[in-house]
Design a protein around this ligand. Structure first.
Ligand code: HEC
Ligand code: HEC
Ligand code: HEC
Ligand code: HEC
Ligand code: HEC
Length: 396
């Protein structure tokens, strides 16, 4: 063999071996950003016994009630998170967003064994508090800095020291540590970050008012008995709250029916009218479907078709965002359903848009035994064919 051929053969073998390695090596699907490389230190503010949400809730009742029903409070106990965390062999790093305070974690992070910060050096944490861990993204994560409570306004009434932080009242500052992180590395050609978060805004460079939309304003006393102030509800509604998702979607359609040729075409237009990020955003597991089902007089399916609005990602040998069919803000997308018939015309066209928290296949793979449904309808329409009316139905 000539030395040139030999050179190419070796190169080829290297390349194949490299691709095989890329395809089987253990893989962390995201890059560890400085923002969430370590857990957060907090000092209990003077005048308080602890930073537990229950203690804050003793005085800030309404906020406590809202927060306890939100996904923030479930960031650790959420069975979907728990299953996924086990499936991934419990990487410490997940905790820096799901239970971010030092004392919410069983281990202290002393440093890292590798440059990518995927392998932390751990030591048991003597001050680990399992009750605090149950609270997930607890009050102190957003409100305690340097032993003081940070909040939006001046006050002399509080039993704890306060610092005013004007960046809390709007924008994405209080959220970006966990929700707006990027993931660039030489072998990842994707724009996705841990759990997806709100990755698409990285491209647009826009500043989104997360606080404005996810914490709606309300006038009420911050503590019972004091004068009312304009503050914000701690709802954090997202994909787990159907009415929040419905708010963002507009559906319109046109029909073109040719009774002579016996053909019909329905053009559906779906628009994201309610959120500046994509619909849906967050983890790449989330997606929407638009489903058409054409039934004959006996209820038998004559034709069906499903469109998916989701991120398509190749994981191996490299992570690459292939394409993305989700709904960007205010860019209506069109979907068509065509059919024809011979003798009997169809009876009903059933159309629905459904929100999926995750895919059935993925649910099975990670072994998540869901108690809540993993998908739900956000729009349903039965079009009675041949009759000159249709019935709109928005499920509650
Ligand atoms: C003993 C009652 C009490 C407890 C416990 C308490 N607070 Fe307060 N807090 C208050 C009062 C009173 C105010 C002032 C309200 C006003 O002026 O309208 C206040 C104000 C605040 C503010 C607004 C301050 C600002 O500068 O904008 C925040 C935020 C806050 N508390 C968070 C917390 C958190 C988080 C905890 C738990 C770690 C907590 N509080 C525990 C009574 C309490
Ligand atoms: C994910 C971050 C986050 C968490 C968790 C959180 N808050 Fe807040 N909180 C905020 C932001 C942002 C504001 C500022 C809203 C505004 O402009 O009034 C705020 C405002 C407040 C205020 C000022 C009054 C008001 O209504 O705006 C109080 C009091 C408060 N939070 C208490 C709490 C308590 C108690 C908890 C836990 C039960 C908690 N927060 C959990 C982000 C958070
Ligand atoms: C310390 C990290 C952290 C911070 C800071 C944070 N979040 Fe979250 N957020 C999470 C985690 C983790 C979850 C998912 C919880 C779970 O496992 O279900 C979540 C869930 C949510 C959801 C619900 C998603 C769904 O599909 O239902 C919304 C909405 C949300 N956050 C908004 C906000 C906003 C707005 C802010 C800023 C005011 C914020 N978050 C700050 C970590 C954070
Ligand atoms: C204009 C209002 C608006 C703004 C601004 C906004 N959101 Fe949303 N967000 C929504 C609505 C409405 C939904 C429910 C529709 C949906 O599922 O996307 C939602 C859903 C979510 C979800 C659940 C995942 C999903 O899409 O189902 C997360 C997480 C979230 N938002 C985080 C954020 C963060 C972080 C920011 C700031 C960077 C932000 N949002 C800014 C309105 C908004
Ligand atoms: C940079 C912060 C961050 C890190 C690190 C992180 N997450 Fe998340 N996670 C989030 C945020 C923010 C959400 C909410 C987004 C959404 O609901 O779509 C979330 C949502 C989730 C959800 C969906 C919860 C639900 O019920 O909808 C699962 C499951 C999850 N994370 C698992 C993990 C696992 C496992 C790890 C570690 C391998 C991890 N996360 C690491 C921030 C993070």
């Amino acid at each position: 063999m000539s030395s040139k051929k030999y050179f190419y053969l070796v190169l080829f073998i290297f390349l194949v071996a490299f691709l095989v390695w890329q395809s089987v090596k253990p893989m962390m699907i995201f890059v560890i950003d400085e923002k969430f490389a370590r857990p957060m230190e907090v000092t209990v503010p003077e005048g308080l016994d602890s930073v537990s949400a229950q203690e804050c809730g003793g005085c800030h009742e309404a906020i406590y009630r809202e927060w306890s029903q939100s996904v923030m409070a479930r960031a650790w106990t959420d069975p979907y998170f728990q299953t996924d965390y086990d499936y991934e062999d419990q990487p410490q790093n997940c905790l820096n967003c799901h239970t971010p305070l030092v004392n919410q974690q069983e281990d202290l992070v002393l440093g890292f064994k590798d440059k990518a910060k995927l392998k932390p050096i751990l030591e048991p944490n003597p001050d680990f508090n399992s009750e605090l861990r149950e609270q997930g993204v607890t009050c102190a994560v957003c409100h305690v800095k340097n032993g003081k409570i940070v909040g939006p306004f001046e006050t002399d009434n509080a039993p704890h020291p306060v610092t005013v932080d004007p960046t809390m009242t709007s924008g994405m500052k209080p959220c970006e540590k966990c929700h707006v992180v990027s993931g660039n590395r030489w072998d990842t050609f994707y724009k996705m970050s841990p759990c997806g978060t709100v990755a698409e805004i990285e491209e647009s460079g826009q500043e989104l008012d997360c606080v404005g939309c996810h914490m709606p304003p309300v006038k009420r006393p911050v503590v019972k008995g004091l004068k009312a102030r304009i503050g914000r509800r701690h709802l954090f509604w997202g994909g787990h709250v159907p009415k929040q998702v419905k708010k963002a979607l507009r559906v319109e359609y046109q029909s073109f029916i040719d009774e002579f040729e016996k053909t019909a075409e329905y053009k559906f237009t779906l628009s994201n009218v309610g959120t500046y990020h994509y619909l849906p955003t967050g983890t790449p597991d989330r997606y929407l479907t638009l489903e058409f089902r054409l039934l004959d007089g006996t209820g038998k399916i004559m034709k069906e078709k499903t469109y998916k609005m989701k991120r398509y990602i190749m994981w191996r040998p490299f992570i690459i965002d292939l394409y993305d069919t989700r709904l960007p803000y205010n860019k209506p997308q069109e979907y068509t359903f065509k059919f024809s018939w011979q003798e009997e015309p169809p009876s009903i066209l059933d159309v629905s848009v459904r929100y999926h928290l995750l895919d059935e296949k993925r649910r099975e793979r990670i072994g998540y035994q869901n108690k809540e449904p993993i998908a739900y309808p956000i729009y349903e329409e039965k079009i009675f064919f041949g009759e000159k009316y249709h019935k709109r139905h928005f499920p509650e």
